[in-house]
Design a binder for this molecule. Sequence first.
Ligand SMILES: N[C@@H](CCC(=O)N[C@@H](CS)C(=O)NCC(=O)O)C(=O)O
Length: 210
Amino acid sequence: MIDLHTVATANGYKASIMLEEVGLPYTVREYDLVKGENFTPEFLSLNPVGRLPAIVDHDVSGDTDGKPLSVYGSAAILIYLAEKTGQLLPRTTRARAKTFEWVGIVSGDVGPAYSGQFVFNVVAQEKIPYAIELYNRLCLRMVATLEQQLAKTAYLVGDEYTIADVIAYPVATVSMKRFPGNLDAHPNLARWATEIGARPAVQRGMKVPR
Ligand SMILES: N[C@@H](CCC(=O)N[C@@H](CS)C(=O)NCC(=O)O)C(=O)O
C-alpha cells in the first residue's frame, strides 16, 4: 500500500494521476496549507521541505530492511513509481533520457514559471509591473516550447505516452488555463491535452483529493 500526501493543485494531481495510471492501491491524506498542516513534525519527518505531494511506500520492492520509503516531489514520485512498476518510462537510452529531460523541463522550468506568474498576478497585494511582465513573458515562452514539441510528436517524447506527459498535463490544464492566451492559441498542445484528458486514469487522478 502507498500513502499519498497531497493537495488539490497541479503538483498534487501529477502524483495522483501517476498512481491511477500504474494501478497501485493507495490511501489519500489531504493537507490544508493555510492551516500549516504541512509543517507538523510528522510530515516534516517524511519530507524536510514540508511541501506536497509526497508518498510513503509500505511495500518497497528490492529492499530488504522492510521499512516504509518516503518520496517527496512530483518528479521523484513519477520516476520512482515508473521504475517500481516498469510503466510509462521508455527502455531505450535515447527515449529514456529525453523523458527525463522533459520531466526536468516541466518541473524545473514550466511549473515554476506558472507559479511565479500566479503569485505576482493574482496573490500579491502589491502589483509589481517588472515581476508581472517577467513572468508573463516566461510563461509565453514555456507554452510555446510545449507547443513546438507537440507539433513534431504525438506525445512529449515521440509516439509513446510517458511520465513526461503525466507531469505536464496538470500544468497545461490547471496552470496554463489561468493565463491569458491559453490552450486555444496552441492547437497542438490543445490536441494533446484533449487526448490525455480522455484517459480514465487521468480523469480519476484529477479528482484526488477533490
Ligand atoms: N517541486 C515540487 C513543488 C511542490 C510544491 O510547490 N508544493 C506546494 C503545493 S503545489 C506546497 O506544498 N506549498 C506549501 C509550501 O511551500 O509551504 C513538486 O514538483 O512537487
